[in-house]
Write a protein that binds this ligand. Structure first.
Ligand code: NA7
Length: 558
């Protein structure tokens, strides 16, 4: 238990506090303010909208889901008027889009920028959340809605000598707003996950020399990005309703190749042809659209793994480097998030790129001049940490969330996240998660997953306000059952094998548990719709003083 309540003067009273102004925060604010007529305070640590797309400005940053899918569906006008320049959106274009959305729906006037939430404590007496910010302001809110994203708390592993470096240390997830000029510079990068795979080929073009410090090789697959033609854009826009319907009916909220039943049932020739066509389609088609048993059967998985290793060997000219880039036999493909790449493997054919195996020769320390492994010293002007995130839980814990009876979220989740439907936690009334752990989350197209959650939350709040209800809290048995269900789904797959951020295994000391609901978007939507249609049978409501309630006029069905 902890006492994190700040004693302050009269708090600002609002209906809801939303934290974050990325895809989730913007849409949540829009719904609560403009559809339910609630008084909403939105806090954002950055000086502008964008969330993860504000912070991740590193060279080559791009979304691996196609532009027309990776966008809001709630406004048909917005869908039709926005023009995506490329098939897969680059970070600056996503940021422009979110700026446009914020302006178009007049959202900025209710966002407090440069404001970081420090504590959020449920006040039992008033049945409200008391939220404090680093600036010392206090808010009293009926609803507390973190929209902080799954990948926002950056992981910066402590390395001996870090502070002694005379060059500049850069972190991909906190990239300088004005960019960095690597011309003529010696650059080092730690990490070869999805972020580094995007950054490496771009930085290699600019830097005098790039040294890549790789601990684990990844099964990366081409993104297959291209310029969006006017004709293609118009064609998609003409059938947008169908595209969204198909996406919502799919596993991952985005239409991919139709997976065949089993990699082992096809002949080697059929399988190779199918893998080739998925590889050519790019993005997540090979990973999630090739075979249904790929992520559940080790032998099936190995056929895809070997197909990708062969591609790496074809694309990398130096035999030894090619083998260093190939995940070894027995390592499952796709149990860590599949990076999508553009010219990644070819970058290692350049004379100005060096690959260092830090699994074999670990980093010993950072020195004033560069980085020293057990084998060698590398002199550097810049050292980039592409070392990922404390995913799912990091940003929530940093807000020091405390529920009923002084129970902190950190304590409630000491063995890993436990939620009901990924939306609520027992003992944390009126707090709603958006695309957090135990929802389809990172296995679902985020903008659509965000809309699904925000619509459900807005509908629930509307129901509460119409019925004079003060609090909603998930029943412990429902939370327990949902936890068991998510674990059971994960255990049937190969995912728990990997030391991935899905498992919390990239952060030392974090409980090792798979954090995503693996039942797919459609099954998930049915589960949360049923809960709402049956009037929230797995929750307990407390009736409140109706004078304090505002009555929403909007419902999902309208
Ligand atoms: P990831 O996928 O977590 O990758 C982080 C990389 O950094 C990975 O290669 C790690 O090696 C490496 N790493 C992490 N800590 C260390 C230490 N201490 N020493 C050496 N190397 C280290 O993060 P990304 O930012 O690339 O991608 C995260 C998600 O963002 C991505 O999946 C997309 O959804 C968007 P490891 O594999 O752990 O051996």
């Amino acid at each position: 238990m902890s006492d994190t309540t700040k004693q302050t003067a009269t708090p600002n009273k609002v209906d809801a506090v939303v934290v974050g102004a990325g895809f989730a925060g913007l849409y949540m604010l829009h719904l609560l303010r403009d559809k339910l007529n609630l008084n909403v305070a939105t806090m954002e640590a950055a000086d502008a909208v964008g969330g993860v797309w504000y912070w991740n400005r590193y060279p080559g940053a791009r979304c691996d889901i196609a532009s027309h899918h990776y966008s809001y569906s709630f406004s048909k006008e917005l869908q039709q008027e926005w023009q995506w320049p490329e098939k897969f959106p680059a970070q600056p274009d996503i940021l422009l889009y979110l700026e446009h959305v914020a302006d178009r729906f007049d959202l900025k006037r209710d966002i407090q920028f440069n404001t970081r939430v420090e504590t959020a404590v449920f006040d039992e007496e008033d049945q409200r959340w008391i939220v404090t910010t680093e600036k010392g302001e206090t808010y009293s809110a009926k609803y507390f809605i973190p929209a902080t994203g799954v990948l926002s708390d950056v992981n910066i592993p402590p390395i001996k000598g870090q502070d002694s470096f005379k060059g500049e240390i850069l972190v991909t997830g906190r990239w300088p707003k004005d960019g960095v000029d690597f011309t003529g510079k010696r650059v080092g990068i730690i990490g070869t996950g999805a972020t580094a795979v995007q950054a490496i080929p771009v930085i290699a073009e600019e830097a005098a020399h790039l040294t890549v410090f790789q601990r684990t090789p990844y099964f990366a697959v081409p993104l297959q990005n291209e310029v969006m033609t006017e004709a293609e854009d118009q064609k998609i826009k003409a059938s947008y309703d169908q595209l969204r319907k198909d996406a919502r009916d799919s596993f991952a909220g985005v239409t991919l190749c139709e997976p065949r039943p089993s990699a082992l049932a096809d002949s080697p020739e059929e399988r190779k042809a199918h893998y080739e066509s998925c590889y050519k389609e790019g993005s997540f088609n090979l990973w999630l659209g090739s075979y249904e048993d790929l992520l559940f059967d080790q032998e099936a998985n190995e056929t895809a793994a070997e197909f990708i290793r062969e591609k790496i060997r074809e694309r990398v000219t130096d035999r030894e480097i090619a083998e260093m880039l190939c995940p070894r036999e027995g390592v499952s493909y796709g149990t860590k998030r599949q990076p999508c790449e553009t010219g990644y493997f070819e970058a290692y054919n350049r004379d100005n790129v060096t690959l260092v195996d830090i699994h074999k020769s670990p980093i010993e320390e950072i020195t004033p001049e560069g980085l020293r492994t057990t084998d060698e010293i590398y002199e550097l002007d810049y050292l980039i940490y592409a070392t990922g995130f404390d995913a799912f839980t990091g940003s929530l814990f940093k807000m020091n969330v405390t529920g009923r009876n002084g129970l902190t979220l950190k304590e409630h989740w000491s063995d890993g996240p436990r939620t009901y439907l990924g939306l609520s936690m027992t003992g944390f009334p009126n707090l709603f998660n958006i695309t957090g752990p135990q929802s389809p989350s990172a296995f679902y197209n985020f903008p659509l997953g965000i809309e699904t959650h925000c619509d459900w939350i807005a509908d629930c709040i509307s129901y509460m306000n119409e019925n004079g209800l003060a609090t909603i809290d998930a029943d412990p048995a429902a939370e327990e059952a949902w936890l068991a269900h998510t674990v059971e789904l994960a255990d049937a797959s190969l995912f728990p094998q990997a030391s991935s951020w899905y498992m919390g295994a990239n952060i030392p000391g974090k409980p090792r548990v798979f954090m995503v609901y693996l039942g797919g978007g459609k099954a998930y939507q049915e589960a949360i719709d049923r809960e709402a249609a049956d009037k929230y049978p797995s929750y307990t409501f407390v009736r409140g003083d109706t004078e304090q309630m505002r009555v929403g006029t909007w419902a999902l069905s309208s």
